[in-house]
Design a protein around this ligand. Sequence first.
Ligand code: NAP
Ligand code: L37
Length: 312
Amino acid sequence: MSSSQSAFLKPSGHGALAIDGKAVSTHVIEQVAAGAVKLAAKSVKPGLAVVLVGEDPASQVYVRSKGKAAEQCGFLSVQHTLPAMTSEADLIALVEKLNADPAIHGILVQLPLPAHINSTLVLETISPAKDVDGFHPVNAGLLAIGNMERALVPCTPAGSMILLREAAAALGRKLAGLDAVVVGRSNIVGKPMAQLLLAENCTVTIAHSRTADLAAAVGRADIVVAAVGRPEMVKGAWIKPGALVIDVGINRVPGEGFDAQGRPRTRLVGDVEYAAAAGRAAAITPVPGGVGPMTIAMLMQNTLTAATRAAG
Ligand code: NAP
Ligand code: L37
């Protein structure tokens, strides 16, 4: 096996190289910050508005990380925190206000929204040019027809693609022509991920809960992207030797012992059985420290893109 030529791939201790998403995300954020300095010469400061409704603890953590990253990039960073009982009409009114605000180039409404709010309606209210999550049907459509120049691409799949390209380059491989399987078909991860792999000329299979033989589909794949939301459901033994594995899953499971406050400890695991998969794969993303940080970095990249386009 050829050794890694990349500072972003490290021994996993199980055989595969671990793709250091945290380190790649730091690099992306530095590039975005440099881009923001250039834009400042045109008197444009990228502005990102993040809207959080309710008190979902994971969303609170992610929204805080997004605000912090925006500040590191030199952006204007605005957070709107609304109570869980906020009406759909009030949320839509806020989005419309942000659409009209020239200081704001990117709008992100953190999902999930409370059950009484129609998420689709809210997401469709966001101006496609400010839709840094890439969830608006206009952006989903641009991605589907392969018009990446005009689209804003969803952050998690975009970040996963960067990690995949980094791993392939370090291993001296091309992505074109490889068999890829995406496990999961959500609009926010699975489907856009499949579109990006197709745009890289991979042969793409999308697997889901009704797939007849998931083990066989995964076993054929040179590239496995897991976005299921079930802890370690993709078994290491399924992985084709030498495959590239991107684990999008973020699952909190019971850990060992108790924390300082006497609460039972929890830990994060992905959708892939990590140690066993790393015993067969050529490269794999860890959880945490893999795709998660890239999601935030790509949000910064999308905000810079939106601001640059707005500046003409
Ligand atoms: P989702 O909307 O719940 O979609 C899950 C998908 O997995 C669905 O398409 C579902 O199939 C499929 N699935 C469920 N059980 C399955 C099974 N037994 N076999 C095969 N497929 C199965 O989830 P999501 O929003 O895409 O998120 C997926 C995971 O990624 C979650 O762990 C989430 O926390 C994580 N995530 C991470 C980031 C990040 O930044 N790292 C960002 C977003 C999400 P059906 O369509 O048939 O129901
Ligand atoms: N863009 N992303 C966008 N819009 C949304 O509406 N829900 C949602 C979304 N999801 C999201 O932000 N996901 C996400 C997941 C993980 C991280 C960041 C964002 C992340 O930083 N994960 C860290 C661990 C964080 C922790 O300890 O909980 C990691 O290393 O994986």
